[in-house]
Each structure stands twice: as C-alpha cells, then as structure tokens.
Design a protein around this ligand. Structure first.
Ligand code: RIB
Length: 301
C-alpha cells in the first residue's frame, strides 16, 4: 500500500539532562534532573507524522540490543511501518546526549552507532515503499549515500531537513523539492555568515536551492518560505517552552504530512508551526508531539 510519508533517517536512544545552564568547555555543572527517551531525528519525524494521522514508514537501522528492540516496539506502537527498519549485528543503537538549560535551549551530541551502517543497498531493498510514498523525508544523521539512494528512488515530493548542519553533494541537492534548514544549516550550505534578516535568508536560500522551495525555520522568530518567485514570512506561536528537543522534527514531519494531503505550502507551514509549538511544551523529543485534533484545537484558541 502506498504510504503518505516515508522517513529515512536515524533512531537514537536519547539521554537528556536538565541543567541551570549549558556547561562551558572543561566545566562540570550539577544538573537538576535527567531522563531517557526515544529519539533520533528520523524516528522523531516518523512518530510525529504518524501522530498527525499520516500512514508512515521508517527506513533505518538499530543495533542488536535492548535500546534498539524497545524503540522498534515504540515505533510500531505508534503505527509506524517498521518493515524497513533493520538490525546491525555489530554496531550498537545510536545514542544522543542532550543538555537542556533553564531557558529551554539545548545542545545535542549524537553518536551514530548503527545509523552509520545504513547503506544504499539496504535502502534499495525497500524501493517500492519509497517509490510509492507521497512524500519522502530525510535528514543528515545517516550516511549521505543512503539518502541519495532514497532521493533517486522517490517519485513523490522529496523533502530534506539538512540537520545536523553539513555540506551536501550537489547531486543530492538537485533532487530536493523542499529543503527545511534552520538558520545555521542554511548558512553552512550557502557558505555565508549566519543570516540575520529576511533579505539575507532569501539570498542564501536562492543560492542553495534556486528552483525548489526552502522553508527556513527560525525558532522563536517563526519561519520564512523562499520560492523562486516569492518570499513569505510566518510568525511563531507564543508558548511556554520546556524542551525544544524534537520541535524541529515535529515541524518537518507536519510539513510533510500537509504536503502529502495536498496542502499548499502556506497551509503546510501553518500546520507545521502549530505542531512544533505544541511539541516544545513537554519534556523529551517525542512526548509532546501532537495529534491532528490537538493541532486543530490549538489553532482555534
Ligand atoms: O532533533 C532531535 C534529535 O536529535 C534527538 O532526539 C537526538 O536523538 C538527535 O538525533
């Protein structure tokens, strides 16, 4: 059956620590609490899409360990199709160490583990799943060659969230229909200083993706959509942020869900902004990801 959204990407065990402030290099800071939770940009995006009601599949790789088994069960219980999630017999499941400060800023170090062994041939094993999907959504926590393979197989809308920030081969960028970077990811891709205003964001986006759509997420400053012939700005919703982890993933997933159901880019960005605003109000990458009913109720406030 053709799925609405297929996500290709990472799955990590997240270890999160709350801290009054982020430590400086060489410094130890006493935290105020910690918790373990499911994460990984790919798995987060798959869960967010499924919660919003899209039929969703996930292409990825876990280790042969309890973290991998538990998170596979977790995806399955969220109704994500895990038939393309394979097990690496040697490398452990990916791990992310996250620090969240009192202002709800975070830092993340992700160690890929099994995510690093997702190969083009493993992706090709699921060619029909990818080819038939209305939207394919990828990030940069798995090898670029695997993403390129998925992009080549995709016949629907191919969305790339270039996170964490890294250079992308031209051949991959040429296949991207919708690019969803944040400010620093866009700057790196454009080879420019961090963009400050909408004019700079627009110039950078057009330099990176002249013919596609770039949706630049600006956190509390909202989002800017840069298309070949127009630029549109969207304000962020004001909420009490507790943990930003997974908010960007929720945004990308909601955008993909909107596009899969035929929304205009403006409608999809409105959905994505609301879903991401809700996501930051709970602790953990996936805990705050909303259902479509919750998003609709939020927009009607
Ligand atoms: O985007 C948030 C995610 O980044 C976390 O869940 C962590 O696993 C890292 O991949």
């Amino acid at each position: 059956m053709a799925l609405d959204v297929v996500v290709i990407g990472s799955i990590n065990q997240d270890v999160s620590v709350m801290s009054p402030r982020l430590p400086r290099p060489g410094e130890t800071v006493l935290g105020t609490g910690h918790f373990l939770g499911p994460g990984g940009k790919g798995a987060n995006q798959a869960v967010a899409a499924a919660r919003l009601g899209a039929s969703t599949g996930f292409v990825g790789r876990v280790g042969d360990d309890d973290w991998g088994r538990n998170m596979t069960e977790g995806l399955d219980s969220e109704s994500v199709d895990v038939s393309a999630l394979s097990t690496d017999p040697e490398r452990p499941t990916g791990l992310a160490v996250i620090t969240i400060d009192a202002q709800a800023e975070n830092t993340i170090v992700a160690s890929p583990g099994a995510n690093g062994s997702l190969t083009p041939s493993l992706v090709r094993e699921h060619a029909s799943l990818i080819a038939e999907a209305k939207v394919v959504l990828a990030q940069l926590e798995v090898p670029t060659e695997a993403i390129l393979e998925a992009a080549s197989l995709s016949s629907g809308v191919f969305c790339l969230n270039p996170a964490p920030a890294a250079a992308i081969p031209k051949v991959l960028l040429e296949r991207v229909d919708v690019l969803i970077p944040n400010r620093s990811e866009l700057s790196l891709l454009a080879g420019r200083e961090e963009t400050v205003d909408t004019t700079e964001v627009t110039e950078a986006a057009r330099a990176v993706l002249p013919d596609g759509v770039t949706v630049v997420t600006l956190g509390g400053d909202g989002a800017v959509v840069v298309e070949a012939d127009r630029v549109s700005e969207y304000e962020a919703h004001e909420v009490e942020a507790i943990d930003p982890t997974g908010a960007g993933d929720t945004f990308c997933a909601a955008l993909a869900v909107g596009l899969s159901r035929g929304d205009t880019i403006a409608e999809a960005v409105s959905l994505a902004s609301a879903a991401a605003a809700i996501a930051v109000t709970a602790q953990g990458a996936q805990a705050g990801m909303p259902s479509m009913d919750e998003v609709e109720a939020f927009l009607e406030r």
